[in-house]
Ligand binder design. Structure first.
Ligand SMILES: O=C(O)CCC(=O)C(=O)O
Ligand SMILES: [Fe+2]
Length: 352
């Protein structure tokens, strides 16, 4: 990506320390029980639900192993992603996103108005996917998004399509466990995801000549419901620990996924679970690849604290907002540097 220009430089208070503690503390949860039926199954599921609930409350982040997604598919997804990004920039720009179409390749994403040291390729789970045409609340018009696929590597499309099928299955399992951990029926959230706006991002973080000044992704919280992330062995994802506000590096575990609760679950759960701030640090010698699956509801989903989780003692902490309009507004601000603050769920906070 060449030089670390001014646009990439983080304000002093947000620059990463180069010696950061790799955390053993982020819970590692074994999902193998979901793929076996045996005696004592009910108790094991209960135990799993407890583990998930504790992890969501204490960290907002956890890693899952024995999740049922074939290792071979994970390797093929990384391999296709590496081949795509290894091409000349002119080739990659043939499938470039623009201000209207948010899907495909781009290398100028901004997080909180600072440019990220990364390049990405986005595609949606549903094809087509519908989102609002504009962020304006009164405008009912919809925009139809269609995936665009590069010619090289030829297997990229098929691999990605296979990947989303598996990740969608895993995400529903996680969502159901989270729902149960809140004392709700397993499928309480499922209807919100019919006509979902979920998407997958192939991330490439090239080596950076000034890793102490720039970030691969600036500090942020994920706006959707749930993120299920595959990372390679290089590492660089830093999570802000709720307990002390310190940054911890997530230790890579081969063939695992990192799961984090997004803003929507924070709102649905009326802050029983919180969406936690995270960022990506970069390295001067090593490149890194990751693949997040952003599990998001339909554009017309109205997001608010669930009635079951609020009462007179526990009043709703948010007013209702439309997910599609929120998503559209955020997408526009990530596309280019704006002079206004990023939209946040804090804007919908009540006095409760
Ligand atoms: O690459 C990673 O490890 C995380 C990326 C991320 O947080 C994001 O894209 O929202
Ligand atoms: Fe994120």
């Amino acid at each position: 990506m060449g030089e670390v220009g001014l646009a990439f430089i983080q304000d002093e208070e947000h620059r990463p320390k180069l010696s950061i503690t790799e955390s053993d503390g982020i819970p590692v949860i074994d999902l193998s029980i979901l793929n076996t039926i045996n005696e004592g199954h009910y108790d094991s599921i209960k135990e799993l639900v407890t583990q998930i609930g504790d992890a969501c409350r204490e960290w907002g982040f956890f890693q899952v192993i024995n999740h049922g997604v074939p290792t071979d598919l994970l390797n093929r997804a990384f391999s296709a992603s590496k081949q795509f990004f290894s091409q000349a920039i002119e080739e990659k720009r043939k499938v470039c996103r623009d201000e209207v179409n948010p899907l495909g390749y781009y290398d100028t994403e901004h997080t909180k108005n600072v440019r990220d040291w990364k390049e990405v390729f986005d595609f949606t789970v549903e094809n087509p996917t519908f989102i609002p045409a504009s962020p304006e609340l009164g405008d009912q018009q919809l925009q139809e998004l269609r995936n665009q696929w590069p010619k090289f590597p030829p297997e990229l499309r098929e691999t990605c399509e296979e990947y989303v099928v598996e990740l969608e299955k895993l995400s529903y399992k996680l969502l159901e466990l989270i729902s149960m951990s809140l004392g709700l029926p397993a499928k309480r959230f499922n209807d919100f995801f019919k006509n979902q706006t979920s998407f997958v991002r192939l991330n490439h973080y090239p080596p950076c000549p000034a890793p102490e000044l720039a970030l691969g992704v600036g500090r942020h919280k994920d706006a959707g419901a749930l993120t299920v992330l595959l990372q390679d062995e290089v590492g660089g994802l830093d999570v802000k620990r709720k307990r002390d506000g310190e940054w911890y590096r997530v230790k890579p575990i081969t063939d695992s996924f990192i799961v984090n609760v997004g803003d929507i679950i924070q709102v649905w759960s009326n802050e029983r679970y919180e969406s936690v701030e995270h960022r990506v640090s970069v390295k001067s010698q090593k490149e890194r690849f990751s693949i997040p699956f952003f599990f998001n509801p339909a554009h017309d989903a109205m997001v608010k604290p669930l009635d079951e989780l609020t009462d007179d003692q526990n009043l709703p902490k948010y007013t209702e907002y439309n997910w599609g309009k929120f998503f559209k507004t955020r997408k526009l601000s990530n596309f280019k540097k704006l002079n206004v603050e990023n939209i946040q769920i804090q804007h919908f906070k009540t006095a409760n």
